[in-house]
Design a protein around this ligand. Structure first.
Ligand code: GLP
Length: 258
């Protein structure tokens, strides 16, 4: 596992974008796993500044709400369109989001898993982490080998995401999420995390036991994980309880391919 600890959220974007840019330059037909939420936004902004040829890039979003009408501004399809596809000049036909408005979401979820495999798998999966350790919408209790499927959201996650909706009651109760097993099949995992409110869960995920209680602990099972954290999120890493392998390395912003 490699770590970059940087001063602030903007710097996480610069470092993660540098890593992605290097992948895209060496593999112009790379398949990217795209995360929503606030953490990856600086990454997409910084990657856009690289002005790379993205015409061969394929993208798969991590998750989507079930039950929002197509075109709803807070559907992840719309967020991905605004923040990723348009910003990075990706071909919309090459960017997929689970079909949360499908008549049969279970079937759409299984088809999504198959589509990722058919595209050759994901080269780099961008990830955020929820306060309860969720990755994508895999809430605590999700099986470590789970596949893309329909899931219920916890109240905590619905509350955390209420900031994006006009009323907390408007946050859907269900989602389609890539499974933990699906995510583990990506060739590289790129976790981007910022903010003091993530310090405890980041420490638990990387230094605690691998357990379904903390879905993000699956990161410990993957052979190629890069963690880009700001100093406040990384505050508890490298403490006496962390193993030598999880001791963070401090780098200067711009040190990697930017
Ligand atoms: C959301 C998303 C996740 C995201 C997480 C953290 O519910 N489904 O993919 O990583 O919560 O979001 P944020 O980065 O805004 O804290």
């Amino acid at each position: 596992m490699e770590f970059f600890v940087v001063p602030d959220a903007a710097s996480t974007g610069a470092i993660a974008a540098g890593i992605l840019a290097a992948v895209i330059r060496s593999k112009p037909e790379a398949v990217l796993g795209l995360a929503t939420g606030g953490s990856p936004l600086p990454v997409y902004a910084a990657l856009a500044a690289h002005r790379l040829d993205m015409s061969g890039i394929r993208g798969f979003a991590l998750d989507e709400y079930v039950g929002l009408p197509a075109g709803h501004p807070q559907s992840y399809a719309e967020v991905i369109r605004r923040e990723v596809t348009e910003r990075l000049h990706l071909d919309p036909a090459r960017v997929s989001v689970p079909a949360g408005a499908a008549v049969d979401p279970e079937r759409a979820a299984a088809a999504y898993d198959a589509a990722i495999a058919q595209a050759g798998g994901i080269d780099v999966q961008i990830l955020g982490i929820g306060h309860n350790g969720h990755v994508a919408f895999n809430e605590p209790g999700s099986a470590l080998d789970s596949r893309t499927r329909v899931e219920a959201l916890t109240e905590r996650t619905r509350q955390a995401n209420a900031r994006y909706f006009s009323s907390p009651d408007d946050v859907p109760g269900r989602c389609i999420t890539q499974g933990l097993g699906t995510i583990l099949e990506a060739r590289q995992l790129l976790l981007v995390v910022s903010g003091a409110d993530k310090a405890d869960i980041l420490h638990t995920a990387l230094s605690g036991p691998v357990t379904t209680d903390c879905p993000a602990s699956i990161l410990q099972l993957h052979p190629h994980v890069t963690v880009v954290a700001d100093e406040t999120a990384a505050a508890r890493l490298g403490s006496a309880s962390a193993s030598a392998e999880t001791t963070p390395v401090t780098v200067r912003t711009g040190a990697v391919g930017v």
